[in-house]
Design a protein around this ligand. Sequence first.
Ligand code: ZN
Length: 296
Amino acid sequence: MLLLASAGLRAQTGGLVRAVHGRAAYAYTAHVVSFGVRAPATSGHARTIRYILRELRADHAGIETVPYIAHTPGGTFHEEDIVAKFPGAGKGQGILAVCGHFDTKIEKKFRFVGANDGGSSTGMLLELAHALAAHRLRKPVWLLFLDGEEAVVHWQGKDNDYGSRHLAHLWVRQGVAPRIRALILVDMIGDKDLDILRETNSTGWLNSFIQSAAGKLGYSRYFFQTSSAVEDDHIPFLHAGIPAVDLIDFTYGPNNRQSPGPYWHTAQDTMNKLSPHSFRVVGRVVAKALEMLAAQ
Ligand SMILES: [Zn+2]
């Protein structure tokens, strides 16, 4: 409360949107990618967690760490989700959540640094945290930095989404799940050739909300030119009864011709394939959607 007053926080419409900067999100991403491989049980993974926590403390977020043990076909890993909580400025009911994964895929044949896949979601969430530190919405906003999204051996059955599955189950047991009004997942959102697909497992009205937010900002051309179903971190939350939408560009590479794109899960997933403008577009659309949801 003291902080709220001293920082002169504002809750007016548009404040959060303008506070999201593509260059800053890109810079956060570059910093995380500089840690190299960030798969579970690597030093880059530990450094990423320390860095996220340091930035969130600087943004005065309420921080909840949720450690868990992932039993995978490739061994047992100590993993950790991080929840950053920003209180609402008004009496708005329900919590708004934005999430993304920070782990990178375990890859033995080459050095996989996941600039877009694992990096961009982390950088985007850190920039949203920075923006939310200065611009409260009427409803609380929680940012979920999810661990263990990637498969350890093969993406099938339960060898994926370890962090989101753990958190969604926890929220059901704790009675938190019904309090989450909407959850927006960002994944692989930094591609220079931005093309966010309409993900068809996602909650219909939330997809419409995103489309409307993109339209209001003049960004319609980057959204929903194609539709397809993608299994991602939003699925466990959907199973928990939480309205959820996955914003993902799965045609990662030039010209958006292939899905998955040519850079996906390759050594080519590096910072030079990303652009600050794409971070700006997605970040501002997410911020706009949050403002619209908070006003409901
Ligand atoms: Zn991946």
